[in-house]
Design a protein around this ligand. Sequence first.
Ligand SMILES: [Zn+2]
Length: 367
Amino acid sequence: MELSRCCCNFDLAVVIQNFSAATRFVGATSEIENAASRLLQRSVFTARLHLNFSNVYEHFFREHQYGLATQTFPAWFSEQLIGLALAIVGGTIFLVVLYAVFQRAPKTWWILGTLAAVVFSFVLLFIAPVFIEPLFNTYKPLTKPEISEPILAMARANQIPVRQVFEVDASRQTTRVSANVSGILGTTRVALNDNLLNQCTLPEIRAVMAHEMGHYVLNHGAKLLTYLGIFIFVGFALTRILFDIALRRWGKKWRVRGIADPAGLPLLALIFSTLLFLATPLLNTVVRVTEREADAFGINTPREPDGMAKVTLKLGAYRKLNPTPLEEFIFYDHPSGRARIRMAMDWKAANLPSGESAASETRSPSP
Ligand SMILES: [Zn+2]
């Protein structure tokens, strides 16, 4: 689960650019920007909407330099355009709702606005696997029973309501391995990507799939949505205070009349984006803690410590394995490779066959 894909990418210029595109779409007159964009990126909207230079470098050229990307530039760019179109539609709907809230509740907008943002995130979480992901990739039932049966056995053992495993053609875009258990209310789906199938052994695949099932069983979707709601609530409350202070000082000069005036959106987004940027370590830590829970589930269920350790080493191709504690705190939305391998080996040491386990050492000696 990658609810917070990006670390400190503070790109307000892009946000402004996206929002002015969105406002042209709805016919607004002033140059206003996309507060929703940060929310979308930070939460569940996986389509990337940056069409700026740093995005091209980060997501096209650098991926190719490291041998992680498989697309030609036209193919990559056309997918970016699909992402942009989705962001414009989604962002516009969100902003229309947000400004309706501003107009009706100019003093308490930050409470109702939080509710609107959480409902919006929930809807995206619900529709993304069914309506958005198929625009980029094809999901088909996995036809290898030697792989799908052990995965389905873990799903059955953990009350996950699925009958088949899906394979997604992620190798169209990338060489990265990944998997997911997504959806709610009858749309639950277990899927793994073809890179995972082609690059990993069955113990490694079982370890990865169990981690993903951990997110489902431990209800991480709902929990992260709740945490996101708390962050947005605090963020909106602080935004309201700072926005009002700025308006008192510079409102006349900037010709911004109030919160419901779209001309104030650049200021609103600047304040909210800055707060979100400053909260990056906290957001990453919240996500990292849930990832660690999924790791614990992902090792107890398949009992594959070596599989978990080996696949962690493979992920080390694009994740620094041994960061400093400060680096991990600020930038990591997953436990570091070192922490994961340590967890796997601690588990293994505690679960050695009878007579060799750490637990046996505490047994009282026989007379
Ligand atoms: Zn995860």
